[in-house]
Design a protein. Sequence first.
Length: 277
Amino acid sequence: MKAEIHARLRAMATWKLTLEYKGTRYQGWQEQPNARTIQGELRAAAEEFFQDKVDIGGSGRTDAGVHALAQVAHLRSVRKHPAEQVRLSLNDKLPSDIHILSLEPAPERFHARHSATMRSYLYQISKRRTAFAKEFVWWAKPALDLARMHDCAQLFEGRHDFWSFTERPQEQGSTVVVVDQVRIVECGELILVRTVASHFLWKMVRRLVGVMIQVAAGTLEPDRVQSFLVSQSKEVGQWTAPPSGLFLERVLYPGESLPDQIRPAIPVFSSGPETAS
């Protein structure tokens, strides 16, 4: 069976795609019946160009309303064309809120999800109401103590059971995740939260951010947060941050690393230097 799969892969051209998208109009990355998704739009564009069925897979799912700065996907087709021709043609066919940044030939066994080693998400919190960036931030109205928020962030680093921080945990398989880092910086009117791990659970990042905001606002104490990491509680769900501020920042593969500096995804009103909290 494996030999048949490998023979089929060798007969196909494989490309690695890096794309950005505004997730506001879509029900997430993964194709769904009767719903508009990023993967569905990409497949429609690719099959129109190749005039044939294609294989498309992403590095991971993003939820409805969540954006991506550099989602990675693989594309396989029995029809072979120059990479730049494929990229330009697909971009011509894709909606304006989905854009392929790069498209390059990849090894036949490259898999956007299985080959990835690390993923980073960026969450943008606005310090004020904005007329321009509502689709890309969460305006946290309470006054925030960033020292408390930073201390809370440190609780999430390392290996923990994030059962309390995911939707429908019984469907997730293991809910244990090793979080490499949670960093918080200020940039003008924005508070930026970068979370890095090998993988994430459904709604996990949004719930981490939501809990950090509660701690920063003084309505939740750190010992309560610690209890969520050692017990199974449905209480955390009420603090899920909205999808508007969340961006899939980077997907890393062997030999790659994240830039140290954290930059705003959409710097509409983020004038001012980055400062660590």
